[in-house]
Design a protein around this ligand. Structure first.
Ligand code: TXA
Ligand code: MG
Length: 317
């Protein structure tokens, strides 16, 4: 059998040209971002977008995030409002995604936005992916590089294991800096968080000088990915537990938990950023070790802990 890791490439002049060539031919590549790894394709091409949905087995009604090098390039396709400018200036490039109105003249493939009139846009900070975005004259649709509803990948190896040899180019960017997805904020009416993420609501509130709510019950499904089972290792999982049976995996947080064979500590230092970075890596490890059940301790609901709790809740549903 062919080595499944053989499509993981170091980033250099040659692999950059090869990647650009692939993307221009509407092929799909694996790219690192500062949040999680993604599957990238030409956002202006129906052919590319179809491939992404098919490889991920993603429901067609769940739209993709369109990634740009900068606001200048994005302004061809989207309507820009004041809140957007304020957040862009302070936080971009970085781990935040904005849902905005699509211009009528936008060239973004309708298939990537589930035929909505809005579009989610992001400006990732990962240097390698930024170089690629800068050199292209189209944006990239980049969903997380996992099969629909499963755990997002945080290393190039994770991507290779998820899709075997289906993805011919995976650019190695080491371990993802944050290890958890971007915050998704809806700026089309009253600013509201659709998916909690790396950037907290408090920080956004301070920049916009107004209260930002979490959009919870949605009449129309505004962030379909935020509703169903998601981010899931497909192993039964119980949250807010104080202990675990010895054959079950036990995900803990903080130094009061002793090292045991079945325990996996998100952060011995009780650091929530470190916990976010370790969460998906640990879920993948537990799956590889073939545990049948997972218990998780209570994780503090503050800062990035809000996003961690959100992902755990979806993973457990
Ligand atoms: O950190 C990230 O955002 C990663 C990296 C690779 O950039 N990407 C990512 O993409 O998490 P994905 O496809 O796994 O999640 C996109 C989320 C989904 O929950 C989707 O429903 C939501 O964004 N979304 C996309 N377009 C939307 C729109 N027009 N309105 C509301 N939600 C939208
Ligand atoms: Mg995803």
């Amino acid at each position: 059998m062919k080595n499944i890791y053989s499509n993981i490439l170091k980033f250099n002049k040659n692999t950059l040209s090869k990647t650009l060539r692939y993307l221009k031919k509407n092929k799909i590549v694996g790219l690192p971002t500062e949040t999680v790894y993604g599957l990238a394709g030409n956002a202006y091409s129906d052919e590319s977008i179809k491939k992404i949905y098919s490889i991920k087995k993603r429901p067609k009604k769940n739209p993709l995030i369109i990634h740009y090098y900068n606001l200048n390039k994005a302004s061809r396709d989207i309507e820009i409002n004041n809140d957007f400018i304020k957040l862009y200036k302070k936080l971009c490039p970085g781990p935040i995604t904005f849902v905005v109105k699509k211009k009528r003249s936008s060239k973004i493939s309708n298939l990537s936005t589930a035929k909505l009139k809005t579009v989610a846009v992001r400006f990732p900070s990962n240097k390698k992916t930024r170089t690629i975005l800068r050199k292209l004259n189209f944006p990239l649709a980049i969903p997380s590089a996992n099969k629909s509803s499963s755990v997002s990948p945080v290393s190039a190896k994770d991507v290779a294991e998820e899709f075997r040899n289906k993805i011919k180019i995976i650019i190695d960017g080491g371990n993802a800096k944050f290890g958890l997805e971007s915050t998704v904020i809806d700026l089309t009416n009253k600013a509201g968080i659709l998916r909690p993420g790396i950037i907290g609501g408090l920080k956004i509130s301070k920049i916009l000088k107004k209260k930002i709510s979490m959009v919870k019950s949605q009449k129309i499904i505004r962030s379909p990915g935020s509703l169903k089972k998601h981010y899931s290792p497909n192993i039964p999982m119980k949250l807010n537990q104080n202990k675990a049976k010895k054959n079950d995996a036990f995900i803990v947080f903080g130094k009061k938990y002793k090292n045991k064979k079945n325990s996996f500590n998100l952060s011995k230092k009780s650091n929530l950023n470190e916990a976010a970075k370790n969460l998906y890596r640990i879920l993948r490890k537990i799956k590889k070790l073939k545990y049948k059940k997972i218990s998780v301790v209570k994780i503090p609901y503050k800062g990035i802990g809000v996003a961690i709790n959100d992902r755990l809740k979806h993973a457990a549903s």
